[in-house]
Design a protein around this ligand. Sequence first.
Ligand SMILES: Cc1ncc(COP(=O)(O)O)c(C=O)c1O
Ligand SMILES: N[C@@H](CCCC[NH3+])C(=O)O
Length: 419
Amino acid sequence: MDHFQYRDGILHVEDIPLPRIAEEVGTPVYVYSRATLERHAQTFRDGLKDVPKKHLAFAIKCNPNLGVLRVLARQGYGADVVSGGELERALAAGMAAEDIVFSGVGKTRAELALGLDRGIGQFNIEHEPEGIALAEIAVQKEMTARAVLRVNPDVDAGTHAKISTGKADNKFGVGIDVAPEIFGRLAGLPGLQLRGVALHIGSQLTSLAPLEAAFERVGRLVADLRAAGHSITHVDLGGGLGVRYREGDNPPTPAEYGAMVARVTKDWDVTLMFEPGRVIAGNTGVLLTEVLWVKPGATNPFVVVDAAMNDLTRPALYDAHHDFDAVKRSGDTMTASIVGPVCETGDTFARDREIDTVAPGDLAVFRTAGAYGATMASTYNSRSLVPEVLVDGDRYAIVADRIAAKTIMAAERVPDWLD
Ligand SMILES: Cc1ncc(COP(=O)(O)O)c(C=O)c1O
Ligand SMILES: N[C@@H](CCCC[NH3+])C(=O)O
């Protein structure tokens, strides 16, 4: 069931009409549906029904809100984290330490130590010196770090260049050709239990082919490592499954993905680990905004909304498309560019797009904003940090406050010597 529906001509999230949230919380504001989050979490798990041993770790970078994480923790999800901050968040949200996987190309020694102190389940080592450092820290602490080695399978994920991670010239993992020797050296280190390999080739993948090609390469690597005498019990397949941002997008379903995974990995005899992010959270949220002005333009009018590139940065950063729908629909349409108040031409959500006709004071939403939305927000132009709301049936909670520019300013100071 779609939890974002028009009822009596007004867009609701579950049973809450969006004008009520605008009235009570203000705009711009992210609004998430708990029921959708739960359904997506379940659908992803169901897609993997033919994978006998699995571990699901939500990639919390895409939506680290504590309320959202708690929903997923209750669905049995662990977390894929990429910083000490995310690690603390996952724990604060109630995810078990042993269900946490620590990825990331620039973990500091302090973060590696934190992971050990907190007893996390697995470190995904990105290169040999990191593995050596982790082993040293573990020995000092008289602990053993469970780890896998991230390999870079050198496949083209066919996604935006800025979010591709599995080509040889991307910064992630060790080349799959040199992985056996590096694995061999790290596997012998005291303090390290190197139990498998990991990969993640990119985000917003809309085809299974690159994933399948990458998994097949990793399958051959697993066989080679075993032939060399290593015990391989875990393979982390990462995340990356795309979502539908606009009409015509047709990403693989979790069921199609799961069937491919089950087929390619059927003889691996390992625990498969997954790090889904966007596919769980993307379509669980909207960014609710108010139209401030409709301003004439050279060709079409500019619809100036109160959300900006600091609140939802994907269009400015990746030319990403987010559907824009009026909260109260008249059925009429207009062609316009949708822009925010920030002083950059890049603060453009859509250019010359046919949209619902809107006028100043109207509410509208940017869709598919539940992943890589609020978490990438900033306070650029001294704007407030955008708040977040979680809807649950006919109730809702503010799960992140709007942080006013003056609160941010309170953390700054003018040194005495400038008096
Ligand atoms: C290591 C790792 N795992 C998982 C993810 C989640 O990706 P997605 O949101 O595309 O599922 C990312 C981000 O691309 C990542 O870097
Ligand atoms: N921030 C990106 C995804 C990055 C994936 C991180 N590994 C986006 O909005 O599409």
